[in-house]
Design a protein around this ligand. Sequence first.
Ligand code: COA
Length: 172
Amino acid sequence: MRKAIIRKLRQSDAEGASELFNGVIRELKGYTAKEKKREINKHSAKALKAQLKERDPLFMAAEVDGKVVGIVEGYIPPNIRPRLLWITWIVVDKRYRRRHVGSALISGLEMGVGIKWQMVQCGVRASNSASNSMFRGLGYKKVGVIKHPDSVNSYRWEKLLQPHHKRGRVNA
Ligand SMILES: CC(C)(COP(=O)(O)OP(=O)(O)OC[C@H]1O[C@@H](n2cnc3c(N)ncnc32)[C@H](O)[C@@H]1OP(=O)(O)O)[C@@H](O)C(=O)NCCC(=O)NCCS
């Protein structure tokens, strides 16, 4: 596989990005049908375009041969101090998994937001061994459990970014 380029997600990627989210979310285990529907709706091309206007650069894309094969989405909750970067979603096209695309996307997001957001957290369903292994491998620590009354609970993962994190671009 050619090297993945990690870059910001663009407005022109919205259709393909929505298809990627849709396909990956549909196949996910540990989510109820209602949760999946809500997440798929949040990632329609129209919704993504609207979010991209506001949340750039909190969506990063992994591009291989001109095609978006993975996306990471972040969120900075307002009014939380010290400031926190929350990783909302990480999705990789199944044909491109286990090639460190997901890891490169997370690193790209961490670097993209820079040192202002020192604390990074995310929630991963306990049943999702791939994602839990990936965050552990990236130096995240399990710091708690998030309860979802109708489905599988999530582990809360956390990492404190080191001061040498700088804005930049990463190749997978
Ligand atoms: C989770 C996901 C993003 C990982 O993406 P990826 O590009 O395949 O991950 P990487 O190649 O960077 O994996 C890094 C490490 O994580 C671990 N890992 C990744 N996938 C794994 C799997 N299926 N089983 C066990 N360990 C796994 C491995 O330690 C791997 O390193 P290695 O391949 O050198 O052994 C991808 O599987 C995916 O899109 N899953 C569906 C969506 C999803 O579950 N998102 C998370 C919701 S929070």
